[in-house]
Write a new protein. Structure first.
Length: 177
C-alpha cells in the first residue's frame, strides 16, 4: 500500500512539474519578437515612398518643420532623463482643430509647446483646470512628438507641479510595461 501511495505522489509531482514548465514556455513564446533592423529600415523606405511619406519629408525640410524639430531637440535631454523642466502656461486651450484631448500651451526655454494629457475621465484633470495663464509649473515627461498638423512640438504630460505641490501625475499602465 505504501508503494502505491509513493508512486502516486511522485507521479503527481512529475505531472505538475511538466504542467508548470509548459506554462512558462507558453508565456515566453507569446511575447512578440522585435523586427530586425533591416526589416525596419526597409519598411521605413517603403513608407517614405508613399504620398504621406513624401509630404512628411517636405514638412521636415520646411522652415516650420525645422522650427518644430529644433524645439523638440532642445528638451530631448530632459525627456530622456525624465528630469524637471520649468514652464510657463501661455494658453489654456490647444490650437484650433487639435485632437489631442486635454492640454495647455506652455513655454519652455523660450519655445512654445503643446502640453498634452490625452483623453481621460473629466475628474482626472480637475486640478489641472485650476491653471491660469502665466502660472509657472514644473513638468516631467517621457516623450515629445511632432506632426505636420501642429506648429508646435507635443510634450506628453506625465507629471506637473505648481508651487511645490503635485497637481498631476499620470497613473502607471495596468497589465504591462
Amino acid at each position: 500500500m505504501k508503494k502505491v501511495i509513493y508512486t502516486l505522489i511522485s507521479l503527481l509531482v512529475v505531472v505538475s512539474g511538466l504542467v508548470f514548465a509548459n506554462c512558462e514556455n507558453k508565456n515566453e513564446t507569446s511575447t512578440p519578437k522585435p523586427l530586425p533592423t533591416a526589416e525596419l529600415t526597409a519598411g521605413l523606405k517603403r513608407w517614405e515612398a508613399t504620398l504621406d511619406g513624401i509630404k512628411f519629408k517636405a514638412w521636415e525640410a520646411s522652415p516650420e518643420g525645422k522650427k518644430v524639430l529644433d524645439g523638440a531637440a532642445k528638451i530631448k535631454t530632459h525627456i530622456n532623463a525624465f528630469t524637471h523642466m520649468e514652464a510657463v502656461v501661455t494658453s489654456l486651450s490647444l490650437p484650433p482643430g487639435s485632437r489631442l484631448g486635454f492640454g495647455v500651451m506652455v513655454r519652455i526655454k523660450d519655445d512654445d509647446y503643446i502640453l498634452s494629457f490625452g483623453l481621460g475621465k473629466p475628474d482626472e484633470f480637475q486640478q489641472l483646470r485650476s491653471l491660469k495663464v502665466n502660472n509657472k509649473i514644473i513638468i516631467k515627461s517621457r516623450s515629445v512628438s511632432y506632426a505636420p498638423k501642429y506648429s508646435y512640438p507635443i510634450v506628453s504630460g506625465d507629471y506637473v507641479e505648481r508651487d511645490h505641490k503635485i497637481i498631476y501625475k499620470r497613473a502607471p499602465r495596468k497589465g504591462g510595461c
